[in-house]
Design a protein around this ligand. Structure first.
Ligand code: FES
Length: 173
């Protein structure tokens, strides 16, 4: 796992001309470069100092938007929907499949830093539940085979189109 340096964080902010209006873009880039898929407290503090934004405002942003985390996460964050009606389409079973395939429990990250498992609320794809979201991509009609394929693809760092191709070969999505 790569460790971000102060210089790298300063350079990210310079790319945006240290403009506080670009706070979200800056935080996204810091998170992407972190190697642990989160914005750590020391970098939030540095951003507050350089952009001249109150630290409390930065934490408001980091906690308001679901794409941010202040805790280390895997490269791929798999979020399993547990809202109704997904819940009624066997969320518990889907969770078990993911936990077994990834070898971790919900809320944990694999030792290789590739995969984290979390719950999410409705992602607007209720008609194809049960559903999991990885980044911006939603995968529906999950079966045990699909879950195994998703986890394997994350481990191998495959792109979303490659993953969809593999899933389509399993069954209709
Ligand atoms: S309830 Fe799961 S996507 Fe809507």
């Amino acid at each position: 796992m790569q460790n971000l340096s102060k210089d790298q964080v300063l350079k990210i902010m310079e790319r945006y001309e240290n403009d506080p209006q670009q706070l979200i873009a800056v935080l996204l880039d810091i998170q992407a470069a972190s190697g642990v898929n989160c914005v750590e407290k020391q970098w939030a503090q540095l951003a507050a100092d350089v952009l001249k934004v109150p630290l409390s405002k930065i934490f408001d942003v980091l906690t308001f938007y679901a794409m941010f985390s202040t805790e280390p996460r895997g490269e791929f964050v798999i979020e399993i929907c547990r809202s109704m009606p997904c819940f009624f389409t066997k969320t518990a079973e889907v969770v078990r499949w993911f936990e077994t395939a990834a070898g971790i429990k919900m809320g944990e990250t694999t030792a290789d830093g590739k995969i984290s498992l979390f719950y999410t609320s409705c992602v607007g794809a209720c008609d194809v539940g049960p559903v999991a979201k990885i980044g911006d991509d939603v995968f529906g009609n999950l079966s045990e085979e699909k879950v195994k394929t998703l986890v394997k693809c994350c481990r191998e760092g495959k792109s979303e189109p490659q993953v969809r191709q593999e899933l389509q070969s399993l069954c209709q999505n």
